[in-house]
Write a protein that binds this ligand. Structure first.
Ligand code: ZN
Length: 144
């Protein structure tokens, strides 16, 4: 494994090069100087999605959700808790499939919430249905 991780800034989309040993040291973006990790999921849209999926050296866990979906809203706090546990080894992100219908269609999202785990630009696992924070964390770790 490389000693340098490429990490996409959730604020300005610049790809940062972070030494592996410094990943846990609350690294900041070299361009916009904001924290690369804030223990909180990143909202992605059609413009930012592929950059995060393809340019991050860490896996990206995406929550496909919609505002009208009760189970999605119920799972949101659990997903945020999972972000606290999984960052900076994993980037957690959310896609609002109502606002970003093309992304939902492109990835064949048939029910929400659906969690999809991407690594190296490829989807490696998918799990439909709401999960607790503990279940999200153990499900992700079982695929790393
Ligand atoms: Zn930045």
């Amino acid at each position: 494994m490389s000693d340098i991780f490429h990490i996409v800034c959730p604020h300005c989309l610049v790809v940062n090069r972070i030494p592996a040993a410094r990943l846990g040291d609350q690294p900041k973006c070299g361009k916009c100087h904001q924290p690369l990790f804030s223990a909180h999921p990143v909202e992605l849209n059609a413009t930012t999605f592929m950059t995060h999926i393809e340019r991050n050296d860490i896996p990206v866990l995406v929550d496909f959700w919609a505002p009208w979906c009760g189970p999605c809203k119920a799972m949101a706090p659990a997903f945020a808790q999972a972000a606290e546990k999984l960052e900076p080894q994993v980037r957690l992100a959310k896609v609002n499939t109502e606002a970003e219908q093309a992304l939902g269609t492109q990835y064949g999202i048939r029910s929400i919430p659906t969690l999809a785990l991407f690594s190296g630009g490829q989807e490696v696992a998918r799990q439909p249905g709401a999960m607790s924070a503990g279940d999200i964390v153990s499900w992700v770790r079982s695929h790393l």
